[in-house]
Write a protein that binds this ligand. Structure first.
Ligand SMILES: Cc1cc2nc3c(=O)[nH]c(=O)nc-3n(C[C@H](O)[C@H](O)[C@H](O)COP(=O)(O)O)c2cc1C
Ligand SMILES: CCCCCCC(=O)C(=O)O
Length: 377
């Protein structure tokens, strides 16, 4: 671990415990939230353990190179930050701290449209960072275009469209998921007010009127044709969707089940990854998130065809623990663990990580059945 980042917390899950101590009840429950019984959330974690690693020994792995190129940009390691809403709930520096932590590690960050700071504020604080922007679908396409232009002008280098949210928690049939205190969403608001929205009722009304749910393939096509930025589709789980995405010319397919927050009963992302990689057939980059907590999780995802993985909650735990430095610590732990795992697996560089490194436990006749705990959330 880099000097200055020494900590008693040596594993990513240590940060979860620390975050619990620091976060308000609302923030803790919002971040931990999982849909219904939490089966998908839990399966994201358990599924990684169902894959076994078969190392190749006696190779020279004394020097490891974890660098990777993602959408043409070089990252020091293939672990980046997934978009997560409302980071002010974790730390007063909110998305600024996350961006600084990512930039310090030379990896990428996706800024959420539900960020509490404007995309320009985040960009100004980390001019050399690698930043992508998660864009909402808006009913008014002039607003979509306005946000695309803002993101590009501020130096964001890709647009991420989240396609697994055909409804939001603020839709009428669900309990609102908005914080009890006034918040700013300067990237979700229009009408030229730079402060953004405050107040729960106002937010809900505005969002119902403005945000287009569900987005459709037509919206994806429109965005692709109306921006020079590469387009990433986040939330793909089916082969059919992956094929359509490729046909529409998207640049990357991002396998995600929204960390189990959107719908329960979905498969673990690592389990669907090989089929998606096959369907994409090298015509777009493939990413994955959901349940990544260790370097061996990352190694398995890369072996099964992901070019890069993203982490959601672990970053929020690091942020809650210690702002930008906490985010950096979480990333450093995963980077170090990946490097060690690569050495033990016989891989000196990322391209040495091949599918033959991973075998599903069913190959050995092992069929673990684990009870799914009922969620407390
Ligand atoms: C508190 C929270 C807020 C999130 N907000 C967004 C969001 O604004 N947009 C989005 O596409 N995904 C959002 N996600 C999903 C993450 O991008 C990611 O898919 C998920 O957290 C990955 O699982 P992990 O937390 O196990 O790493 C959110 C997740 C959490 C935990
Ligand atoms: C009104 C704000 C809704 C934010 C939804 C963010 C999200 O994707 C999540 O999983 O939470």
């Amino acid at each position: 671990m880099a000097e200055g980042l020494r900590s008693e917390l040596t594993r990513v899950l240590d940060f979860e415990k620390e975050a619990r101590k620091k976060l308000s009840d609302f923030a803790w429950h919002f971040f931990s939230r999982r849909r219904d019984a939490g089966q998908t959330y839990q399966d994201n974690l358990d599924a990684f353990k169902r894959y076994r690693l078969i190392p190749c020994n006696l190779r020279d792995v004394s020097i490891r190179d974890t660098t990777v190129t993602v959408l043409g940009t070089r990252l020091d390691f293939p672990i980046a930050i997934a978009p997560t809403a409302m980071q002010r709930l974790a730390h007063p520096d909110a998305e600024l701290a996350t961006a600084k932590g990512a930039a310090a590690m030379n990896t990428g960050m996706v800024l959420s449209s539900w960020a509490n700071l404007s995309l320009e504020e985040v960009a100004e604080a980390t001019p050399r960072g690698v930043r992508w922007f998660y864009l909402l679908f808006f009913k008014d396409r002039r607003l979509t275009r306005h946000m695309l232009d803002r993101a590009q002008r501020a130096g964001y280098t890709a647009v991420v469209l989240t396609v697994d949210q055909p409804s939001f928690s603020f839709s009428r049939h669900e309990k609102p998921n908005l914080p009890p205190v006034p918040v700013r969403y300067p990237n979700a608001y229009y009408a030229g007010d730079p402060v953004g929205l405050v107040g729960t009722v106002e937010v809900e009304e505005h969002l119902r009127a403005t945000v287009k749910v569900p987005g459709t393939w037509e919206d994806v096509e429109w965005v692709r044709k109306n921006t020079e930025l590469p387009v990433v589709l986040k939330g793909i789980l089916s082969v059919e969707d992956a094929k359509t995405a490729v046909q529409l010319g998207v640049d990357a397919v991002y396998v995600s089940n929204h960390g189990g927050r959107q719908m329960d009963g979905l498969p673990a992302t690592i389990d669907v990854l090989p089929d998606i990689v096959r369907a994409v057939g090298g015509k777009a980059e493939v990413y994955l998130d959901g349940g990544i907590r260790t370097g061996t999780d990352v190694l398995k995802a890369l072996a099964l065809g992901a070019r890069c993985v993203f982490i959601g909650r672990p970053v929020l735990w690091g942020l809650a623990h210690n702002g930008a430095e906490g985010v950096q610590q979480v990333l450093q732990i995963l980077k170090d663990e990946l490097s060690v795992a690569m050495a033990r697996a016989g891989c000196a560089k990322i391209s040495d990580i091949q599918p033959s490194l991973v075998v599903h436990q069913s190959y050995y006749g092992i069929t673990t059945r684990k009870a799914v705990p009922m969620s407390k959330y």
